[in-house]
Design a protein around this ligand. Structure first.
Ligand code: NAD
Length: 513
């Protein structure tokens, strides 16, 4: 990515071939405000539609994306550098499935919800979900379609309009999706082009989206930018969902199925060249099985094919940014200098960073603390599960954790001790593709969640309606004016009957009175 001489356009180059792929405008503050205003005007009618109608309308978007599946996969692969199959199955398919999942479930998830009442039995309470208005979606480059388009789709199901600011490294794919949204609008008149706004540019354009008056922000990116977003949203007192970085541990116990574990860890560490927030970065393996596990992993890694991402026979493509390659290279050099042994892989060749497995790593080295976001996998030997859990949790991040264990009860107990938004047992990475499950980080890895029923409700204001619908002949409540000594004593009796002890004590006490 470079800026043009006039700095009003971003030039996007293919990470793998260096070819110029296209240009995206740098949207300035005035244009961002205009986009938010257009979105707000379009949202009024969209938000007023019954949820079921919105879901039916969104089908046109899903169908349009599906019809263009192959072209989209090629465009993702070209712009981001990931292999064609990953572009299809890791970026596009999760969004199609998310659209289908919320299409059938959003009406139930957003339906009014009656609340149980304890004391005020003559009253009733319910919650209803009201769209927030305009949601700003600010995305990263590693999943250039699934993250911004998935987040925008959820916000739209919830009745909002969206203003999407894709990463400056991968803006073209979202611009293409915007054209497909406009095409879907021709298939279903309930969808309108202004509901889905795209603004492109660098970080300043993202900051301008927040200043321009959006009602909520869904941000995915690094921890330092996440802090800035949280501060900017706090300034405006608007909610934000933050999906940030991770340095995700995997624990391997002595009784784990080593063949499955080796395959899972190699995929979990090296899919998308390790540029996945949920990538496995550090493996805490029981000393007794460390050698056979690493031998199996080396064998699998050495069979991986890395090359042109547009060749469907390649397992790994190119890294998206030169800066990220440099971070990976630095962390690799630091690990080797400290005494880590490179079992396979090593120095990058341009943007092609080979999958690199390093053993004899000690917990506490930089590779176990800083997110490399590159294909580096560190193996740390431990003496048993307690040490593994303690070291895995010794991190300021808490996005994902992985447990590989042959005993179901033991695995469940360990999973529940992991300080992570999600812990997966005997599998890796892929719950981002399961729209029904929450995607969330704890500690510095994030705030709030995307996906899941709760994630959808969080994109609305959940408002409360409360009223009296029984005992209409009582003209006033016990706690209203006028106050009196009699009413005060009546309250004391109520406390004894209603809240002191179990129900039998209370019944006996009320009979004695
Ligand atoms: P980044 O923080 O550099 O940029 C993310 C987006 O924020 C970009 O669109 C950028 O233009 C924008 N931005 C930058 N400064 C801004 C500001 N001041 N105000 C508003 N917007 C601003 O992150 P990145 O390099 O694109 O992505 C990589 C990071 O994202 C990694 O740390 C990775 O772990 C994380 N990530 C997290 C998840 C998750 O779900 N938790 C998923 C993917 C990536």
């Amino acid at each position: 990515m470079t800026l043009t001489e006039s700095q009003n356009k971003i030039r996007v180059f293919s990470p793998a071939s260096g070819e110029l792929l296209g240009e995206a405008p740098v949207t300035d503050e005035v244009a961002v405000r205009a986009a938010v205003a257009r979105a707000r005007a379009a949202q009024t009618a969209w938000g007023a539609l019954p949820v079921r109608q919105r879901c039916k309308a969104m089908r046109a978007f899903r169908t349009t994306l599906a019809h263009h599946g192959e072209a989209l996969a090629e465009a993702i692969s070209r712009e981001n550098g990931k292999p064609l199959q990953e572009a299809l199955s890791h970026d596009l398919v999760p969004v199609l499935d998310l659209l289908a999942w919320f299409e059938s479930r959003a009406p139930r998830i957003l339906a009014p919800q009656k609340l149980p009442l304890h004391f005020l039995l003559h009253r009733s309470s319910y919650l209803h979900c009201v769209p927030r208005g305009v949601v700003g979606v600010i995305g990263p480059w590693n999943f250039p379609l699934s993250i911004p388009v998935g987040d925008a789709s959820m916000a739209l199901f919830a009745g909002n309009a969206v203003v999407v600011k894709p990463s400056e490294f991968t803006p073209l794919i979202v611009m293409r999706v915007k054209a497909l949204w406009d095409e879907a609008c021709r298939l279903d008149p309930r969808l309108t082009p202004d509901l889905f706004q795209v603004v492109t540019g660098l970080g300043q354009t993202g900051a301008a989206v927040i200043r321009a008056g959006v009602d909520q922000v869904m941000f995915t990116g690094s921890v330092p930018t996440g802090r800035k977003i949280a501060l900017a949203c706090a300034e405006r007192l608007i909610p934000c969902v933050l999906e940030l970085g991770g340095i995700n541990p995997a624990i391997v116990t002595a009784d784990a199925d080593l063949d499955r574990t080796a395959h899972a860890l190699v995929w979990g560490g090296f899919a998308n060249s390790g540029q996945v927030c949920a990538s496995v970065s550090r493996v805490y393996v029981d000393r007794r099985v460390a050698a056979p596990l690493t031998d199996k992993m080396v064998k699998i890694i050495e069979g991986l094919r890395q090359g042109d991402p547009l060749d469907a026979a390649q397992d790994m493509g190119a890294m998206t940014t030169a800066a990220q390659v440099e971070i990976g290279r630095e962390i690799l050099a630091d690990t080797v200098a400290q005494g880590g042994r490179v079992r396979t892989g090593g120095e990058p060749n341009g943007r092609h960073f080979p999958p690199t497995l390093i053993d004899r790593v000690q917990h506490g080295w930089r590779i176990t603390r800083d997110e490399s976001f590159s294909p580096l996998l560190a193996v740390i030997e431990v003496d048993g599960e307690d040490e593994a859990v303690r070291l895995a949790n010794d991190s300021d991040k808490g996005l994902m954790a992985y447990v590989f264990c042959g005993n179901r009860a033991k695995a469940k107990a360990m999973a529940e001790r992991m300080q992570a938004g999600t812990t997966m047992v005997n599998c890796c990475l892929d719950t981002h593709a399961a729209a029904g499950t929450p995607w969330q980080g704890v500690k510095e890895s994030g705030l709030g969640q995307v996906h899941s029923a709760q994630g959808l409700r969080d994109l609305t204001q959940v408002r409360h309606v409360h009223g009296r619908n029984r005992l209409p002949w009582f003209k006033h409540e016990l706690w209203w004016f006028p106050y009196s000594p009699q009413a005060y004593r009546a309250w004391l009796r109520v406390i004894g009957i209603a809240w002191s002890g179990g129900w039998l004590d209370r019944l006996l006490r009320s009979l004695k009175r």
